[in-house]
Each structure stands twice: as structure tokens, then as C-alpha cells.
Design a protein around this ligand. Structure first.
Ligand code: DQA
Length: 142
């Protein structure tokens, strides 16, 4: 069975409460339950959320050491700012899919650039929480 990790960055712990007009009303726990339900028996899923850049980097290194099969990452605001997160992904050798709940290209200009996208296999932006499902589906098959 493929082992796939789902990493969420800063403020995504407040999903469901935070700007629901942009990110919706479902919580991170709802997302985890929905993914576990869809991929039961198909993929082993591990979930991790942190508001701290270093914690996300440490987690990526641990997943690399554990030789995970894939990684779904919503780096949230760190997507646009973190060279360290990009370096962690690049150095991990993990197949990563970047997910954004909102369409970052429809929003403020500072969100249009992703430092992490070039070291990911693909980017999904604007499909809401369905983006995570699509990413896990892809990584499960790939
Ligand atoms: C986000 C988009 C980012 O620009 C923002 O900082 C987030 C969430 C998204 O999922 O749409 O926190 O990654």
C-alpha cells in the first residue's frame, strides 16, 4: 500500500472558521475524515499541520527518511515566501503535489508566485478541498 502524507501549513488549522467565503466551512478534521474514507484500503495516509516553518521542514525530512511514496503539500503562506521549504522538498526526493484550496491566480498578486511549485510534480489550485482528493488519487496511482 502506498504511504502518502498530507501536510498543511500556517492557519490551515483554522479551516472552517478562517475566511469561509474563500476557504469554505469544512474543517481540517472533516478533510482528514473524507480522505481516510475515500482511500481506505488503498493508501496509508499521514496528516500533519503546523503554523511553524521549521516544523514543516523537519516533517518533510522525516518523511524522506521513512521513504514515503508521496506528499501533498499546502504550504499556505509559506508557499510564497519560503526558500527553506522549497529546499526541503527539493532535497527530500519525495514526489510532491502542491495544493491550494483557492485559485491563487485570481487573488492578490503576492499569491501568484509559488517558490515551492517548481520542485513539485504538479500544482492544483482552486478546486477547494477536492484538490487534496485529486492529489492523493494521482499519487496513489502514479
Ligand atoms: C492557500 C493560499 C495561500 O495564498 C494562503 O496564504 C493560504 C491558503 C490556499 O489553500 O488557497 O493560507 O494556500
Amino acid at each position: 500500500m502506498k504511504r502518502i502524507a498530507i501536510l498543511n501549513g500556517p492557519n490551515l488549522d483554522r479551516l472552517g472558521k478562517r475566511e469561509p467565503e474563500i476557504y469554505g466551512r469544512a474543517t481540517l478534521a472533516d478533510l482528514e475524515a473524507a480522505l481516510r474514507k475515500e482511500f481506505a484500503g488503498e493508501a496509508e495516509l499521514e496528516f500533519f499541520q503546523s503554523n511553524h516553518e521549521g516544523a514543516l521542514i523537519d516533517k518533510i525530512a522525516a518523511l524522506a527518511e521513512a521513504k514515503f511514496d508521496g506528499l501533498v503539500i499546502n504550504g499556505a503562506a509559506f508557499t510564497h515566501t519560503s526558500v527553506a521549504l522549497r529546499d526541503a522538498l527539493a532535497g527530500s526526493g519525495l514526489r510532491a503535489v502542491e495544493v491550494h484550496i483557492s485559485n491563487i491566480y485570481k487573488r492578490e498578486e503576492f499569491r501568484h508566485h509559488s517558490l515551492t511549485a517548481p520542485v513539485c510534480v504538479a500544482v492544483i489550485s482552486g478546486l477547494g478541498l477536492e484538490g487534496y482528493h485529486a492529489a492523493v488519487r494521482f499519487l496513489t496511482k502514479a
